[in-house]
Write a protein that binds this ligand. Structure first.
Ligand code: CP
Length: 341
């Protein structure tokens, strides 16, 4: 099977993304009946985290365990990546010892470098540019919570807030799948021209639509899903006063804004959230908030992605071949200790 990475949903066609989602749905259905198939028996996932994580770390580790494999947690200070060893050397060594690699890197160039040199599939667990595993999960969640009778291509998604790595991925996957996407943010925090250009190219092919506005009230009026994300991230602490002034109160997803959306509209957040900042408790804990279904779906989605990228690459020796090697090794071991009996 040819080596395939998962760095950007733009590297995948609409049909491939739908295939991953369908695979995820089947694995989730099995999981809900307590019989997740051990599709990745004895496989090892290396997980590099240059930044903190709750959902990504736990979901990938649990996914590997439940699929019959194993995950290694590798963090800065405990491995040599980029400090005492080149990216090239790390990627080559991990490729010899592990079956698949997932990395959360500060810089997008780092994940691209790992993917360039690795001989095993590399999954992007978030960079300063995008968060592709999150948004596959988000689309799965939207499909599960879509209004009755509405097709994927009819769904309206409104993102209120900053042009984060989640925003870039969400606008790109939604437009690639033919959905209708709006970002509402102050002009300074709207999606950059390059992302808009790519999303518009997606729309031209898929029939989806894209709009960027500074009017959050107008933006939620047709929304099936309202989504928000943090207004600042690790390393942006100095910008907090400016960012708070730009977004608060107009772009906070509070009950007043959420009530302007249709009565069926659901609330989504990739988490972690700053309750009381970009979103209030009333909306986070609203009956139409689906944040924890969304969060749980990270686990199912990681399983789908891991199986999609890895299943066909794993060796599956016959019982006879296994027995042959076991016999050879056991015979050797018997000789080693013969003189001590
Ligand atoms: N949504 C998400 O990626 O969460 P973590 O930062 O906890 O992994």
């Amino acid at each position: 099977m040819r080596l395939r990475h998962f760095i950007d949903t733009q590297d995948y066609t609409k049909q491939e993304l739908l295939d991953i989602i369908e695979l995820t749905r089947r694995i989730k259905a099995a999981d809900k009946q307590g019989c997740t198939p051990k599709l990745l028996q004895d496989a090892t996932l290396a997980m590099i985290f240059e930044e903190p994580s709750t959902r990504t770390r736990v979901s990938f580790e649990v996914a590997m365990t439940e699929l019959g494999g194993h995950a290694l947690y590798l963090k800065p200070g405990e491995i040599h990546l980029g400090v005492r060893e080149t990216l090239y050397d790390t990627a080559k060594v991990l490729s010899r010892m592990c079956d698949i690699l997932m990395a959360r890197t500060l810089k997008h160039e780092t994940i691209l470098g790992l993917a360039q040199y690795a001989e095993i599939p590399v999954i992007n667990g978030l960079t300063d540019y995008n968060h592709p595993t999150q948004v596959v999960c988000d689309v799965l969640t939207m499909i599960e919570h879509a209004p009755a009778g509405k097709r994927l291509e009819e769904l309206n998604v409104t993102f209120i807030g900053d042009a984060t790595n989640v925003l870039s991925s969400l606008m790109l996957i939604c437009t690639r799948l033919g959905m209708h996407f709006i970002q509402a943010a102050p002009a300074k925090y709207q999606a950059p021209a390059q992302w808009i250009e790519w999303a518009q190219e997606n729309c031209a092919e898929s029939g989806g639509s894209l709009r960027v506005t500074d009017d959050p009230i107008e933006a939620v009026q047709q929304a099936d899903f309202v989504y928000t994300d943090l207004w600042w991230w690790v390393g942006q602490e100095e910008q907090i006063p400016d960012r708070r002034a730009a977004f608060m109160p107009t772009y906070q997803v509070n009950l007043d804004l959420f009530n302007r959306a249709p009565a069926h509209c659901k609330f989504m957040h990739c988490l972690p959230a700053s309750r009381g900042v970009e979103v209030t408790d009333e909306v986070m804990d609203h009956p139409r908030s689906i944040i924890f279904d969304q969060s749980e779906n990270r686990l199912h989605t990681e399983k789908g992605l891991l199986v999609y990228l890895l299943y066909k690459r794993l060796p599956r020796p016959s019982p006879q071949l296994r027995a042959y090697h076991q016999g050879q090794i056991e015979a050797l071991l018997a000789n080693y200790h013969a003189d001590k009996r």
